[in-house]
Design a protein around this ligand. Structure first.
Ligand SMILES: *[C@@H]1O[C@H](CO)[C@@H](O)[C@H](O)[C@H]1NC(C)=O
Length: 255
C-alpha cells in the first residue's frame, strides 16, 4: 500500500474514532460544549466509575489509559484507599457492638483489596484491550502480587479486635495454594477461611457467588459486620453486611 493511502486510512480511522467518542479531542469540548482538558474528561470518567454510574465497562477509554495508570500508581490512589479503610475503622469503633463469641465476622476481597494487581495492569495489560483472564491468572499464579499496605494494617487491626476474617475472592479454586502463599509471603496471616470459586460457582455471576458465600456464613451463625472490596459485585446483592466499604479500582469491572 502506498504511503499516502496508509496516511489517508489513519486519518479516516481517527475521524471515525472521534465521531463516536464521548468527548471531542480536537475541540476539547464535552457534548454540551463545555471546554475541558483530557484530565477533566478522564477524572470524571474515573469518578463516575467509583460512584457506580458507569457500569460493566470492558476497557478503560483508550485516551484515559495513561491517566488511569498514573492514578493507580499515585499518592492520591493511596490516600483514597486509606480514607476508605479509615472510615471502616471509625465504623468498627463507634457502631459495632461486637459479641466476641467467635461469630463476629468481616469479609475482604483479595485482588486489589489485599493484594495489588497494579504491577500486572501496568506491565502486561495492553492499553485498550479487554482483560486477558489467562494471562492475568498466569501472573496471579506466580504469587508475586504486593500487599496493599494500608489494607494489611486494617486486616491486622480487625484481627486484633477478635473478628473472624473471611476472604471471599472471585479467583478460581485452582489458584488456592498460589494465593495462600502470596498472601502469607506479604504478611497476611490468621484469616478464618479463604473462599474461592469452584466450577459450580462459575455458572453464576461473581455477585451471586459472593452473596451465596455470605448466605452460607450467616447460616453458620456469623454476623458480617463489614465488607471491604474494590468491586460493587463484592458488596451488592443479598444478604449483604451491616456496612460496606469500596476501595477505588478504575482498572477493570467485575459483575
Ligand atoms: C491471553 O494471554 C495468553 C497467555 O499469555 C496468550 O497465550 C493469549 O494469546 C492471550 N489472548 C489474547 C486474546 O490476547
Amino acid at each position: 500500500m502506498a504511503r499516502s493511502q496508509i496516511l489517508l486510512l489513519c486519518f479516516l480511522s481517527l475521524c471515525i474514532g472521534l465521531a463516536f467518542a464521548d468527548w471531542n479531542i480536537l475541540n476539547q469540548r464535552t457534548k454540551n460544549g463545555l471546554k475541558i482538558s483530557l484530565k477533566n474528561y478522564c477524572e470524571s470518567w474515573r469518578m463516575n466509575v467509583e460512584i457506580h454510574n458507569i457500569r460493566q465497562f470492558e476497557v478503560v477509554p483508550e485516551e484515559c489509559e495513561d491517566y488511569i495508570v498514573k492514578y493507580v500508581t499515585s499518592t492520591q490512589y493511596k490516600v483514597d484507599s486509606e480514607r476508605a479503610l479509615d472510615e471502616s475503622l471509625v465504623y468498627l469503633s463507634t457502631s459495632c457492638s461486637l459479641k466476641k463469641d467467635g461469630r463476629d465476622a468481616w469479609i475482604f476481597d483479595v485482588d486489589d483489596t489485599l493484594l495489588s494487581n497494579v504491577p500486572y495492569y501496568k506491565n502486561y495489560h495492553n492499553g485498550g484491550e479487554k482483560l486477558n483472564l489467562t494471562s492475568l491468572e498466569e501472573w496471579q499464579g506466580q504469587g508475586n502480587a504486593p500487599a496493599l499496605e494500608y489494607s494489611l494494617k486494617l486486616f491486622n487491626e480487625i484481627k486484633s479486635r477478635g473478628l473472624q476474617i473471611f476472604l471471599v475472592s472471585s479467583r478460581r479454586e485452582y489458584l488456592r495454594s498460589d494465593t495462600t502463599d502470596n498472601l502469607m509471603k506479604v504478611g497476611f496471616h490468621g484469616w478464618k477461611s479463604l473462599i474461592l470459586r469452584g466450577p459450580e460457582d462459575e455458572q453464576v455471576s461473581v455477585q451471586d457467588y459472593k452473596a451465596g458465600a455470605r448466605k452460607k456464613l450467616i447460616s453458620q451463625g456469623y454476623r458480617i459486620w463489614g465488607i471491604v472490596g474494590d468491586q460493587y459485585s463484592s458488596i451488592e446483592g443479598l444478604p449483604s453486611a451491616k456496612r460496606t466499604f469500596k476501595l477505588p479500582n478504575p482498572m477493570y469491572y467485575v459483575s
